[in-house]
Write a protein that binds this ligand. Sequence first.
Ligand SMILES: *Cc1c(COP(=O)(O)O)cnc(C)c1O
Length: 303
Amino acid sequence: MAAISATVLAFVGAGERIVAVRNCYGDAYRLFERLFPRLQIKVDYVDGSDPDAVAAALPGAKLLYLESPTSMMFELQDIAHLTRLAKEQGIVTTIDNSWATPVFQKPISHGVDLVLHSASKYLGGHSDTVAGVVAGSAAHIKHINEQTYSSLGGKLSPFEGWLLLRGLRTLPLRLPHHMKSGLTLAERLKAHGKVERVNHPAYSNHPGKKTLAGYAGLFSFEVTEDVDIPAFVDALKLFRIGVSWGGHESLVVPAKASLEQTPGLNSMARFGVSPRTIRFNVGLENVEDLWADVVQAFDKSKK
Ligand SMILES: *Cc1c(COP(=O)(O)O)cnc(C)c1O
């Protein structure tokens, strides 16, 4: 969030406007909804999968805020196309690339100006560090350094930096494993009688897929009405309850929990995400153990 706030605030000020994709990360949404009105910065949300909707919202905006795929719903954007639309009007483009990591998506090579990462997720990879990254041209980074970064306080401690270096060394090895296990579970969930849909970019036909070289292990699915979601989540043993992701261990978070935590300030509530959505962070455990855990939890979740 330090990278997100320092980056966005370096390029917009009072009386100005940004365009953000709907279902962007929850705390980014809360930053835009809580703080930005006090700074007189306006945010328009668009369905980022629809280039016409983005084109219609862009005129006069200062910054385009992308996240592909989006949080919780995993909707894709055609980042090369959208960046081109923004560039034509001199609008800075940013993308939250935490999900794909540089291993699976390289937005700068598709024209994005500034790439954001929560390094607390895959880059760290061990759920023991909190850090963020913004990457871009020297001129853009200099601008952020001068305008916001040095005064907003988001500085990395040496210990976190050391943990991050440790994590980065195995990033290219971890990601393909997360991908394979994630796809295995997504496929089996898709065929499970208690699952209505699986939100995983692998099942999308959107052109935004072409910039993804692979899939992370984070996705969501919607369960049928007769599943008692708290009972399901409590019955899981290998998937622990947790809102973070990108670490070695599997985690589960029901959309309902997040909706109840921040009811008035929740992009999922605003954009109609079903409360029957459950998100899995598929970790590095044995995938058959993970699937057995899911099956036994469904058996214990009958209403
Ligand atoms: C977790 C997350 C963030 C924020 O990360 P922190 O490191 O906790 O500040 C930003 N974007 C996405 C997509 C995330 O999932």
